[in-house]
Ligand binder design. Structure first.
Ligand code: GDP
Ligand code: CA
Length: 302
């Protein structure tokens, strides 16, 4: 069975760990969000791709929930001492990866190829594909102004309510090599329980990806990132309440209109009918450990 999964960072990675424990990783293609990518201190950082890389290769820091395990912060301490830009946390080991990626990009290697090389070096067997090699970036429109994603999320601690989300570069963004092929070869397409607006949304903003999903001939199953109408972590619930008008499964499904056949939601969520032919599947969706991730992946794949 071939599986294609659209994914953001931390929530997506947790789910993907379950997916690759029930499907041969060689048959799993991950289409990752790159609209959070940022240039920090001259380094190109791809937070969502890296969360996936670290989590799936066992290098991630489980307690912190992001970044690498056994991390140190000496380089960033020096940056702070020198009065450099230090609001974006970069660990020493993490910086090593960003150095390699940045160097490859500077030499003209596309992000998809750079990602494949890094993934192979780390021993990842699943295919990790950035949604696009082109510049695609999320901007948040808030009452305090419009901010690039990481300014809003990290620097301002996502305290600003979001009125609208924009994806710059989307009209010209082409799917990265392998993305359309992965969707065409998939027996089932999954949307990880990632933030619909800032993780899955930018992937769907790539027109050719959206078209491929609209004309799919295989089932597409999304997993809701909400548990009991609340985000497990992060601003997804507040964004849904303000932009979609609520946090029920119907509001989550409205983000994926015409694109999904099934929405998997938590037992603690409101029982509602979804519009159209979209079916709802109720299960335990809190991924407290690998077993829970695996069971959730099994339900989504079934
Ligand atoms: P990010 O890119 O690192 O912000 O991560 P994602 O967008 O992939 O995932 C963030 C979303 O994951 C949040 O909206 C969380 O509510 C959701 N999430 C995290 N853990 C869980 C979980 O155990 N179960 C479910 N259903 N959602 C989760
Ligand atoms: Ca992200």
């Amino acid at each position: 069975m071939n599986v294609a999964v659209l994914s953001g960072g931390v929530g997506g990675a947790r789910f993907l760990r379950g997916v690759i424990s029930v499907v041969d990783p060689g048959n799993v293609s991950i289409i990752g969000n790159v609209a959070d990518d940022i240039e920090v201190l001259g380094l190109r950082v791809s937070p969502d791709l890296d969360s996936i890389l670290y989590t799936l290769t066992g290098l991630g820091d489980e307690e912190r929930g992001w970044g690498r395990a056994d991390e140190s912060w000496r380089a960033l301490e020096t940056v702070a001492e020198l009065g450099g830009e230090d609001w974006f946390s970069l660990g020493d080991r993490d910086i090593g990866l960003h150095l390699v990626r940045t160097e490859l990009l500077r030499a003209g290697v596309p992000l998809s190829e750079a990602t494949a090389r890094i993934a192979q070096a780390l021993g990842l067997r699943a295919h990790l594909l950035p949604a696009t090699d082109d510049p695609l970036r999320t901007f948040l429109e808030t009452p305090a102004g419009t901010f690039p994603f990481q300014t809003w999320f990290v620097e301002r601690g996502h305290r600003d309510e979001v009125d609208a989300v924009h994806y710059t570069g989307a009209p010209d963004a082409m799917p990265a090599p392998g993305v359309l092929e992965a969707l065409a070869a998939a027996d089932v397409i999954l949307f990880a329980p990632s933030n619909p607006y800032v993780s899955i949304g930018p992937i769907l903003a790539v027109a050719a990806i959206r078209q491929a999903l609209e004309s799919r001939t295989v089932p597409c199953v999304a997993v809701s990132p909400l548990v009991g109408g609340r985000a497990v972590k992060g601003p997804a619930d507040r964004m849904l309440a303000r932009i979609a008008g609520g946090t029920t499964p119907a509001h989550v499904a409205s983000c994926y209109e015409g694109l999904i056949d099934v929405l998997v939601v938590d037992e603690s969520d409101e029982r509602v009918e979804l519009p159209g032919d979209t079916k709802i599947v109720v299960t335990h969706t809190l991924m407290t450990d690998l077993d829970a991730s695996r069971r959730l992946a099994e339900v989504a794949l079934a």
